[in-house]
Design a protein around this ligand. Structure first.
Ligand code: PGA
Length: 249
C-alpha cells in the first residue's frame, strides 16, 4: 500500500502568530508520522510557512491559469515554485462556486501546475442536489475528464480529491462506503487514461476529522485526506495523521 497523503486546507484562515503556534505544535507531533503531510496555506503566508515547515510539505490553495502578465491579483505557478511549494489545490468547490471556475479553467490550472513541477490536487465532487438526482458519478467523471483530456500524458503526476460539496464544512461526512464507491469510479477512469494510475493518490475531503478518519482511510481506494476545519487544530490534525500512519505497511 502506498503511503497516505494528509493535506490540510487552511482556507482563508490564519495569522502570523496563529500559524507559528500551529506549525510548532504540528512539528512536535510529526516525528513518528508514516504518511506524507502537507499544509495548503493562504499565499501571503507561504514564506513564513516555508521557513517554519519542518517536516511538512508546503501547499497553496489556488494558482493562475495564465503563465505571467496583466492578471491583477493572480499568483502564478512559477511564483509558488519559488517559495518551495510542492502541492497546489485546483478546482476546490469554493472556487467553482464563488469564483465561477469551470472544468476548463480547472484543467488549465492543473496544466500550469504540472508544467512548473507542482503537484495539483484536483478537487471534484457533487452537490446534494446532484447526489439526490443520481448524478454523482456523471458529475465527478465530467470534472475529472476535463483534466485528463488536457493533461493525459502526465496524469499520473496529479492528486485527486473527492470532496462531496454537501460534506464540506457541514459536519456531514460521506460514509466510508459512499466515499469508496466514488473513489473506485475515479480510479477506473484514471486507469483507462494511464498505465500508472495506481500510484495516483485519491484523497477524500469533507468533514474528515479525528473520529472518522481511520475508517475512511482504511478503504481500498482512499489514499489520504484533504482536511479543512480539522487542519486548524493541531491535536485533531495530528490524530488524522496518526490514523494514516497506522495504516502504513
Ligand atoms: P472540511 O473542508 O474538512 O472543513 O469539510 C474540506 C475542504 O474543503 O477541503
Amino acid at each position: 500500500m502506498k503511503k497516505k497523503l494528509i493535506a490540510g486546507n487552511w482556507k482563508m484562515n490564519g495569522g502570523l502568530a496563529a500559524n507559528e503556534a500551529l506549525l510548532t505544535a504540528l512539528n512536535a507531533g510529526l516525528d513518528s508520522a508514516r504518511a506524507d503531510v502537507a499544509v495548503c496555506v493562504p499565499a501571503p503566508y507561504l514564506s513564513q510557512v516555508a521557513a517554519l515547515r519542518g517536516g511538512l510539505e508546503l501547499g497553496a490553495q489556488d494558482l493562475s491559469a495564465h503563465e505571467a502578465g496583466a492578471y491583477t491579483g493572480e499568483v502564478s505557478a512559477a511564483m509558488l515554485r519559488e517559495f518551495g511549494v510542492r502541492y497546489v489545490i485546483v478546482g476546490h468547490s469554493e472556487r467553482r462556486q464563488y469564483h465561477g471556475e469551470t472544468d476548463d479553467v480547472v484543467a488549465r490550472k492543473a496544466q500550469r501546475a504540472l508544467a512548473a513541477g507542482l503537484v495539483p490536487i484536483v478537487c471534484v465532487g457533487e452537490t446534494l442536489e446532484q447526489r439526490e438526482a443520481g448524478q454523482t458519478e456523471q458529475v465527478v467523471k465530467r470534472q475529472l475528464a476535463a483534466v485528463i483530456h488536457l493533461n493525459g500524458h502526465c496524469i499520473s503526476e496529479i492528486v485527486v480529491a473527492y470532496e462531496p460539496v454537501w460534506a464540506i464544512g457541514t459536519g456531514k461526512t460521506a460514509t466510508p462506503q459512499q466515499a469508496q464507491a466514488v473513489h473506485a469510479v475515479l480510479r477506473a477512469q484514471l486507469q483507462a487514461a494511464s498505465a500508472h494510475a495506481d500510484r495516483i493518490h485519491l484523497l477524500y475531503g469533507g468533514s474528515m476529522n479525528a473520529a472518522n478518519a481511520a475508517e475512511l482511510l482504511a478503504q481500498t481506494d482512499i489514499d489520504g485526506g484533504l482536511i479543512g476545519g480539522a487542519s486548524l487544530k493541531a491535536p485533531d490534525f495530528l490524530s488524522i495523521v496518526a490514523a494514516a500512519s497506522a495504516l502504513a505497511t
